[in-house]
Design a protein around this ligand. Structure first.
Ligand code: LHQ
Length: 266
């Protein structure tokens, strides 16, 4: 395991790159150094062909408490106007955009509270596995802000507009059992099993036809802005690409030979 700026831990195993947010003393709140490191780590995971699944989790008892508010203390010490949009454009937005566009599966292992931009980060992943003690807080309203880092995009798509509005307006804590019921997470596991269960699922995902999964993600992303006829045509185009992959041929041949397929991800 290597450390990147100490605020992230990065490890590779079985085609899975695990990024662990590592500022447990502040519940993995994001300061500028950590955001820069996360942005770099996400870009590298995207580029590295040996990485066939990205797993994001947190050290200690939280996933992430969002923006480090203490890190912004100076901005609030004077009456000068506060400009937050630039901070989002510089740090958070490229991370979220890359997680949504990278053509490999991204899993969040939500080990504790995910608040504010920490909640947004979990929502930007393709799937979420949560520990029983995990919770989700759209905490922005508690500090007079709008949900950012993609929360207004992802949350209503995951849980429906009414539930998303309620979470965003009230900033209330949604515990893991409710998160599971509302479709915010895929699975809830006992706290002491999260690390192993998330790794097991990530390794399974990494062993699958990565190119087909990447194209599936591209298709689902495109479907958010498409009509059915356009989407049918887009699926046909992507299927032409998938149909020419090694893993498609391997999948069919393995089926016919009555043996398990060995996918290479290409
Ligand atoms: C923290 C934080 C934190 C610093 C806990 N910062 N220290 C905003 C602004 C600008 C541009 C970009 O976009 C954003 C997006 C956002 O993310 S806005 C939302 C920011 N996050 C929050 O408002 C959440 C603040 N934290 C909390 O509400 C609570 O800490 C939660 C509910 C997450 C957890 O509560 P507890 O389990 O009771 O833990 P705690 O409050 O005792 O926190 C433990 C320590 O972590 C504590 O430090 P201390 O020295 O007293 O032990 C906190 O001060 C520190 N911490 N969150 N965001």
């Amino acid at each position: 395991m290597s450390s990147d700026e100490h605020s992230l831990l990065i490890a590779d195993e079985s085609g899975v790159r695990t990024i662990t947010l590592n500022r447990p003393e502040v519940l993995n709140a994001f300061n500028d150094a950590m955001l820069a490191a996360l942005s770099k780590a996400v870009r590298e995971a995207d580029k590295d062909k040996s990485v066939r699944c990205l797993l994001i989790t947190g050290a200690g008892r939280a996933f992430s408490s969002g923006q480090d508010l203490a890190d912004m203390r100076e901005r609030y010490a004077s009456d000068a106007p506060i400009e937050l949009g630039g901070h989002l454009r510089k740090y958070y937005n490229p991370i979220v955009a890359k997680l949504r566009s990278m053509e490999k599966p991204v899993l969040a292992g939500v080990n504790g509270v995910a608040a504010g931009a920490g909640c947004s980060l979990a929502l930007a992943c393709d799937m979420r596995m949560a520990a029983e003690s995990a919770s989700f807080i759209e905490a922005f309203v508690n500090v007079g802000l709008v949900p950012d880092s993609g929360s207004t995009f992802m949350l209503p798509r995951l849980v429906g507009v009414a539930r998303a509005m309620e979470m965003a307006f009230t900033g209330r804590k949604v515990k893991s059992d409710e998160a599971l019921r509302m479709g915010l997470v895929n699975r809830v596991v006992p706290d002491d099993e999260l690390a192993s269960s998330a790794m097991q699922l990530a390794a399974k995902l990494a062993s699958l036809p990565t190119q087909a999964i990447g194209l599936t993600k591209r298709a689902m992303n495109a479907a958010w802005n498409a009509d059915l006829v356009d989407q049918l045509d887009y699926e046909a185009m992507l299927q032409t690409t998938a149909g020419q992959s090694h893993d498609h041929r391997e999948g069919v041949v393995a089926f016919l030979e009555k043996r398990p397929p060995v996918f290479k991800g290409e």
